[in-house]
Design a protein. Sequence first.
Length: 264
Amino acid sequence: MNASAPILLFDSGVGGLTVLAELRKMLPQAPVIYAADTAGLPYGSKTEAEIAARVAGLLGVLSERYKPRLACIACNTASTIALGMVRDVLNIPIVGTVPAIKPAAALTKTGVIGLLGTEATIRQVYVDRLEAEFAADKRLVRHGAPELVAAAEAKLRGDAFDRGAITGAVEALKAKAGDGAIDTVVLACTHFPLLTDELRAAFGAGIRFVDGAAGIARRITALTEGHAFDRTSADRFVFTGDRAPSKTLVEVLASYGLPTITPV
């Protein structure tokens, strides 16, 4: 294994930065390529076939170009749909991202768990299986909130975003549960932890938020145990499409250790 071979983090946008933040804590010496498919954003409103083909194709190109030691699909929607296909195509370890239903089931006291995700994520059979395996004796209330992806992207770009959309998503989830029974919320999109402050204000006190970022970072760490790391150049943020990151986003990316920004 080449010590300078990077870990490739892939997401539809900037949501995977929440995974990168946890990975930096565990493997600060590991070189990273962060790839954002901003031209394909949002994934949650696309069909399963569109997402699978796009993710597999892009990861094939990126793997050929950057020769990563491991790739992480830091996107719940892409993982629940395309993970199997990508593993069939690429000859490197692939780490996926799945809704953190197992830890949420262990935390809840009321037995009612809220799940906020994209529309594509919440309807997947994969989520049904996680619920059956880890939360069969709980009540899992799902709500698709694609507007939160747009809000998170806008927040990191430094653009104004609709805070009313966040309140609306929270109220819709509460209405499905009834009687304020939810005490634990799974953030089933890597974008959503970027809005933790806004979500906490909308939900009010007493709500626990659970996401999979730390667990993903632990899995990457386990799969690269014993590897040598040598960062021979600055970590890189690559993006699809014609829209270059804003000045504010460039500053945010630098704070995550991604000073080099280039189109795919």
